[in-house]
Design a protein around this ligand. Structure first.
Ligand SMILES: [Zn+2]
Length: 96
């Protein structure tokens, strides 16, 4: 999260294997948002809460993902590794 030139995410192999696809997506969005955008818990809606919701459904995931993306669209990039990377991220956000 502190090095804007490196993307590094670690997952617990056992928990990852036990998780369904919705839970895996939720975790990846959460962790990528930490690392790519330096967003901390409590910002960007339910997906950036420190723990998973008690009910994790596809509808809950899709709604929370859109809330997060809407929040990310408002963020100004303060430190970037390269302008090219920033442009690519902005391009990805526009698609959602
Ligand atoms: Zn977190």
């Amino acid at each position: 999260m502190d090095d804007n030139c490196v993307l590094k995410i670690q997952v617990d192999y056992s928990n990852w294997n036990d998780a369904d696809n919705i839970k895996r997506l939720w975790i990846m969005y959460h962790e990528l948002t930490h690392d790519l955008f330096n967003v901390e818990h409590g910002h960007g809606g339910p997906m950036m809460d420190p723990s998973l919701p008690s009910e994790l459904t596809k509808e809950n995931f899709l709604k929370s993902k859109q809330t997060l993306i809407n929040y990310l669209k408002l963020i100004k990039f303060k430190e970037t590794c390269s302008k090219k990377g920033e442009d690519k991220l902005r391009e990805l956000l526009k698609k959602n």
